[in-house]
Design a protein. Sequence first.
Length: 243
Amino acid sequence: MISFEPLLSAIFPKNCGCCGDSFKEGLSNVLCRPCFDSIQPYGDPVCRHCGIPLPAGAFEDAAQVRCRDCGDGPYFLDKVRAFGPYAGALRISHHAFKFEGMESLKGDIAAKMVQAAPPDFWEGVEALAPVPLSPERERERGYNPALLLAQELSLKVGIPLRRLLFKGRSTKPQMSLSRKERLQNPRGAYQRARGEPSLQSVLLVDDVFTTGATLEECAKVLKKGGAGWVGALVFGRTPHHTV
């Protein structure tokens, strides 16, 4: 059988968006495998509310292990883990997955997310709940990135996926808003899905944590619906200075 790979590679060369080198094996045509594999997960300790890493040993005796920005609460989210900083190869792979229609990256990204969570993070979790898009936004994009990641995570860790929430109204894209506007934008947009049970321990799944406003709103809805513990797992954490 004639292989057209050499011809296709010559016409459409794959150049890594991170290191710039040409490659044959990698994530679609955006990243070489070494650059993607080089993304390392945050190590403990991390802020329990936003997942950003903290100085080693700085919070050993603290009642709440939180960063300076998150402070001492109160919050609806009980615990958050993020794989790593939203920069470099992580940002490139996420952008391709979410904004350039490269759904096939879901498995690679979900595998990284599993690395972010220590074994005890999954203990007692009854369901993975993806953060929903509004019906209009999902039709426009063609898929919900958070749902795809939750499906992959469910297969990898053996915890069922439940679509416990739905988004009742469209909101402005968070990335286009100021921090103050981002904190207000999701309020009242999410509701519990009809017919879904009230679970005690739920893990929300999303792609990126920026201000945390969307995840907090989702956690609030779940807590008011009877959940006792709500955590979140995300791929990227936007650095404090950019939010």
